[in-house]
Every structure is written in C-alpha cells, then in structure tokens.
Design a protein around this ligand. Structure first.
Ligand code: SF4
Length: 221
C-alpha cells in the first residue's frame, strides 16, 4: 500500500501567517483533472489518497477527483485535509460518498490559533461533525492541531469539548512561511505506510521531500 499526497489547489479561504504551503487567498493555481488522472494512473499499487492544499474544498472538481480514484478500484482510503470553513456545505456529500462506495474517509480538520480566531466556534463544530458520524463505519473526523500560540486556550477547548481522543497535537514547524525561524523545529515525518509520494499543485512529484515541495509551492502563483 502506498499513500499519494496531492495539493489540488494552493488557494485558501484564509491567510494563516505560518502556512507551511505558502497558500492563501491571493493564490490561484488549481490542478486540472487531466494532471490528477496522470498522477493516479502512474501509481499501479493500491493506494491511500490524501487531498490537501490550500483548501481542497474550494476545488470545483473535487468530486470528479474522488470518483476517478474510486473507479480505479485501487483507492483504499481517502484523507481530506481541510480547515473546515466550507465543511458544512460538503459534509453530507462526503458521508454519502463513503456510504455508497465503502471507501473509508478521514476528514483531517486543521486547528490552530489563527483558525480559532477566524471561527471561535471551530471546536464546537468539530464536535458536532464527530458526534454526527461517530457510528458510521469508515467515516472519521480527526483534528490536526498545531500549537505555538494560545496553546493553553486550544488545549482547554479540546478538553472542554471532549475532543482529546480524536486530536493529533503537534507544534508548528519551521517550513513554508516559518522557514528559517529558529524558534521552531524542522518538520519530522512519522509514517505508517510502505511508501508515499508528495505532489505539488502543478503536478510535480517531490517524493518524500516535504520542504522542497513547500518551497516550490511558494513560487507558484
Ligand atoms: S495553514 Fe491551512 S488553512 Fe491556513 S492558509 Fe495554509 S492551507 Fe489555509
């Protein structure tokens, strides 16, 4: 089993000052369906697919991408990395995709001080999404928490909302917009899969080089 990580857009609907992919509202690169298909077709083994960005829920072809992955019969899991701002309007469709296709979906919800400032109800919403799908087999909400600012507030919100069991808590790392910042550590990649591949928004493969992909993203419009 391999995992394919694809940035399908570098546009985001917010502008975190520490974004590791240099994404933001001013960016405008979207992966085409043909480029995406080329990447999927290149990998012949069974795969897990992580769609990320930027904000992948902004991509108008997102469900075309999911359908194509499903149609190969090699896609064994989908991970969607999102800031959650648009999740309400996609939620039922994602649950239905999981239900009808029996492909596990994990929604990896980013949480950090900036997103909390933008939406102070983000923890409450995360709990609602979790509780609404708790007993749906193969559909999971996971919180991808990044600390280094207002850490106690974030930890308190996680505890008060009983979100500890579904939270992965890490610190912000020194790449992307934090590149070169000596107060932060370099990214460490912990993997639980045989092999994995990182793709940038324009379809370039960086194999396992997270930092090179990030710097490349920084140069894309
Ligand atoms: S960190 Fe995530 S939510 Fe923030 S700008 Fe980057 S892609 Fe968007």
């Amino acid at each position: 089993m391999i995992r394919i990580y694809i940035n399908i857009t570098n546009q985001c609907n917010t502008n975190c000052p520490f974004c590791c992919m240099y994404s933001g509202t001013e960016k405008s690169t979207y992966m085409s369906f043909n480029k995406y298909k080329e990447i999927i077709d290149f990998h012949k083994k069974d795969f897990e697919l992580q769609l990320e960005g930027g904000e992948p829920l902004l991509h108008e072809d997102l469900y075309l991408f999911l359908e194509y992955a499903r149609s190969t019969k090699r896609c064994k899991k989908i991970i969607l990395s999102t800031n959650g701002i648009l999740l309400d309007s996609h939620f039922v469709r994602l649950v239905d995709f999981n239900k009808y296709n029996k492909i596990p979906i994990t929604v990896k919800l980013s949480i950090n001080y900036w997103l909390h400032k933008e939406n102070p109800r983000c923890f409450e919403k995360a709990l609602d999404w979790h509780l609404a799908t708790e007993f749906i087999e193969g559909f999971n909400i996971k919180l991808n928490v990044r600390l280094r600012n207002q850490d106690q507030l974030i930890r308190d919100e996680i505890n008060n909302n009983n979100l500890g069991a579904i939270s992965n808590i890490y610190y912000l790392q020194s790449y992307g917009k934090l590149s070169g910042n000596k107060d932060y550590e370099k990214p460490v990649i912990v993997q639980n899969i045989d092999d994995w591949f990182l793709y940038s928004t324009d379809g370039t493969c960086f194999n396992k080089d997270l930092i090179a992909r990030s710097e490349h993203e920084g140069r894309l419009l």
